[in-house]
Write a protein that binds this ligand. Structure first.
Ligand SMILES: [Zn+2]
Length: 133
């Protein structure tokens, strides 16, 4: 018996369910949160994903959307986004500092709101400050 776990209703077509699908990108396992009406496939080991012809929706969100900021989405983040709740994630970036005439990279952590984005799945709201806890 197969059981498909869903995270919420699709924000784009409003009828599909957002499903958790396991994909591989260049040999690395990544979860794809996609609308049940959107079927994505790849022919080149995950370089490019295309929609099948029978797809009626294109909404998808990758677990590693913010991986360059050191953050991988959690299921609770996706649920929260789909419920239109305020969603805060802790990101990290490398910043250059000058010490003893040398430039050193240091990791800084900060919190930001994220929001649904129909093109990228989700995006970071860099302009809005997050209250520190
Ligand atoms: Zn949809």
């Amino acid at each position: 018996m197969s059981f498909i776990k869903t995270l919420g209703i699709c924000p784009s077509c409003k009828v599909g369910n957002i499903e958790i699908r396991k994909k591989e990108i260049r040999g690395k396992k990544v979860e794809l949160y996609a609308c049940s009406n959107a079927n994505w496939y790849t022919e080149d080991d995950g370089e490019v994903f295309e929609l099948t012809k029978d797809s009626t929706c294109s909404f998808r969100l990758w677990q590693n959307t913010f991986s360059r900021y050191g953050y991988w989405l959690k299921h609770k983040d996706v649920r929260s986004l789909l419920n239109e709740e305020d969603t805060i994630v802790e990101l990290s970036s490398k910043k250059v500092f000058y010490e003893n005439n040398k430039s050193v990279f240091k990791k800084i952590k900060y919190k930001k709101y994220i929001a649904l984005d129909y093109e990228y799945g989700a995006s970071i709201l860099f302009d809005i400050d997050c209250k520190e806890d």
